[in-house]
Design a protein around this ligand. Sequence first.
Ligand code: SAM
Ligand code: SF4
Ligand code: SF4
Length: 333
Amino acid sequence: MIETQKNIVDKFGRVHDYLRISLTERCNLRCFYCMPEEGIKLRDKAEFMSAEETLAIAQTFVAMGVKKIRLTGGEPLIKKNAEYLIRELGKLPVELAITTNAVIIDRFIDVMKEAGIKAINVSLDSLVEDRFNKISRRNYFVEIMKNIDLLLQNDFTVKINVVVIRGVNDDEIIDFIEWTRNTAVHVRFIEFMPFDGNNWNWEKKVSYEEILTTTNNHYGKSQLYKIEDQPNDTSRNFRLLEAKGTFGIISSVTNPFCESCNRIRLTADGKIKNCLFSQSETDLLTAYRNNLELEPIIRESISTKEKERGGNEKFSDEMAETLKNRSMTTIGG
Ligand code: SAM
Ligand code: SF4
Ligand code: SF4
């Protein structure tokens, strides 16, 4: 492994020690806010990182101070060799985590334990079967709910990601919180973000303030406890009195926590995105294949990172219309 003492630091002094690797752009669901109905355009396999390339590139980041790696996608678990990759990445001195739709996670319980994965983020946008299946345009609700139970039985920490969209699932906020009363899940409501082709507009997002008002009105402040935030936490977290689980709000649109951002994204085709909303990308895979030294290329990419939202002042309908970005499934959420 390459040895270096230096961390990856941007021009605002933010240390970047968290790498999110997209294993594939493809997915077994078609959530309408993330993925076109027909799926994404198929590309030549050679355009994507092989398992060996993913591992080698990940090792370079770890040698540069990365302490946490999250596997994402698309759906990371449908990647051929996902099991091998999880096992091998688990050998690196990092906290390994995964974000998944959980459709086939029952096949990965043993390897995730072996790799030392403790926490799993599962996306689930509705507790109503029919509605969930409409949002995801597939029929896997029953399997996902069974698999969430299986994860809990196997003592994984389970965070549930709910993208809240007005008129779609915003009437389920209280139902999700009620779920945390007797089940040790950690629900995180995420503000809906704009990406290519997902028809975002300002009105469709449900803000942090609005979610908090809904919960305060329903429970009264005395029923809700604020939980102390961890460093680099992107959610503000709460617990209902005597509940087994918790809930939180990720204000990715109204307050995206850019000031403490420590995240680097590596797409399945080996490009660095230094911000979820960056307009430019750095082709690390081609550099790797040409035997170039990756460290200066990584540093250069992070040194050009904008202060906030890829240089966009704030989200707006105008910005969403002109935004040039990949769809979320090809970035790796
Ligand atoms: N397939 C996996 C899953 O769904 O968990 C991992 C990839 S998915 C792109 C990662 C996360 O991004 C999911 O929690 C998903 O809900 C979130 N996401 C996708 N599109 C989004 C959007 N437009 N706004 C906010 N979150 C979004
Ligand atoms: Fe697939 Fe995740 Fe996107 Fe849904 S949010 S389409 S599960 S990648
Ligand atoms: Fe980090 Fe960019 Fe997200 Fe801000 S918008 S938190 S800088 S990735």
